[in-house]
Design a protein around this ligand. Structure first.
Ligand SMILES: NC(=O)c1ccc[n+]([C@@H]2O[C@H](COP(=O)([O-])OP(=O)(O)OC[C@H]3O[C@@H](n4cnc5c(N)ncnc54)[C@H](O)[C@@H]3O)[C@@H](O)[C@H]2O)c1
Ligand SMILES: O=P(O)(O)OC[C@H](O)CO
Length: 333
């Protein structure tokens, strides 16, 4: 919607959704009252929806396609779009998690979840694809508040298409060729944001939150480098930038999960009251499993999984993290 707004003279944007009734409601109200209250959809935005046939209709003749779905929908969307010739980019942040509803112990024997660029390599290898990430609460983007993002792809033309389409007065877009780093940062910051919500909910203090963010970034960097990312990417918008936003910003759904768990609610109660997807809940187990497979130590992420599984109380997790063996700070990268 923002692209349509910013680019009244630059772009014609079509928003496709799978649910025809939802599209009708958006059309009638010219607003998404549930997710973006108070934001009028730009008059130039075309709305379409329904089944698979209408998706191929909606993408036909477009210059650029953006997938704005949770990670759980990325595989099916990419399969439907695998023959598309124009650049495709996703906003999804997470690891695919077929085992998301199960406790970590039950899922250890099953295949590791994949990042979306890995899913794309499996199901749509010929697609020219990228990821669009960085610190960006949708509501602030929709309000036109200043935001900086990173457009990552191995294909220069995909990076250039994203910059050309979105760079403007309220959105600054940087290019990157480190898709692995950008995807790891965007996914794992959600797990760390759950921990930061817990930390604040338990009133552990500002020192504790700063330590958590810093050591969380060390964990994210270790996993990312082991997966083939460049370490510098984690100091950028999709790493440190998005981690700080999500760990400290009260618009974050993942941070909210931690805040509600700290009030003593069960995970089921938290997810019911949230009414939105908090990707960290679904990918925390996968993150820990992939890290374990690579011999990467992720004590904060492990604590989050144990908390989500109800195997550890928050006070016990804090004690375990504090009692770890002393280490040299920079040797941990
Ligand atoms: N909301 C934000 O502020 C924000 C910002 C940056 C990135 N993200 C990331 O973008 C992704 C989407 O987040 P969101 O907040 O828009 O989530 P959401 O739950 O609102 O989902 C977005 C849309 O995806 C649709 N969808 C779900 N499953 C689908 C399927 N199987 N096929 C087709 N469509 C499907 C939903 O109906 C919805 O319209 C997440 O990975 C999130 O981490 C969100
Ligand atoms: O609301 P969250 O926690 O899913 O965070 C949204 C975005 O990822 C912030 O960049």
């Amino acid at each position: 919607a923002r692209a349509a707004d910013a680019g009244v003279t630059r772009h014609q944007v079509t928003l496709w959704a799978r649910n025809a009734a939802q599209v009708q409601a958006l059309q009638a109200e010219r607003a998404n009252t549930r997710y973006l209250p108070g934001i009028a959809l730009p008059a130039s935005l075309l709305l379409q929806g329904g089944g698979e046939a209408s998706l191929s209709q909606a993408v036909s003749g477009q210059d650029l396609i953006i997938l704005a779905t949770p990670v759980s929908a990325a595989r099916s969307m990419l399969m439907q779009l695998k023959h598309v010739k124009v650049p495709v980019a996703w906003l999804s942040k997470g690891f695919e998690s077929p085992v998301s509803a199960e406790p970590a112990s039950a899922s250890l024997a099953k295949p590791f979840g994949l990042m979306v660029h890995e899913v794309r390599a499996q199901v749509a290898p010929d697609l020219r694809a990228g990821v669009f990430s960085g610190p960006s609460f949708a509501l602030e983007v929709a309000r036109g508040q200043p935001t900086a993002l990173v457009a990552a792809s191995e294909h220069a033309e995909v990076r250039e298409a994203l910059v050309a389409a979105f760079h403007g007065a309220s959105l600054r877009v940087y290019a990157s060729d480190d898709m692995v780093g950008v995807e790891v940062g965007g996914a794992v910051k959600n797990v760390m944001a759950i921990a930061a919500g817990l930390c604040d909910g338990l009133q552990l203090g500002l020192n504790a939150r700063a330590a958590l963010i810093t050591r969380g970034l060390a964990e994210i960097t270790r996993l990312g480098v082991a997966l083939g990312a460049r370490a510098e990417t984690f100091t950028g918008l999709s790493g440190l930038g998005d981690l700080v936003l999500t760990a400290t910003g009260d618009l974050s759904r993942n941070r909210k999960v931690g805040l509600l768990l700290a009030q003593g609610k069960t995970l089921a109660e938290v997810l019911e009251s949230l009414g939105h997807v908090a990707e960290g809940v679904y990918c925390a187990r996968t993150v820990v499993q992939r890290a374990a497979g690579l011999g990467v130590d992720m004590p904060i992420a492990q604590s989050v999984v144990a908390l989500l599984d109800g195997k550890l109380k928050a006070s016990e997790a804090v004690a375990l993290l504090m009692e770890r063996e002393p280490k040299t700070e920079l040797d941990c990268y």
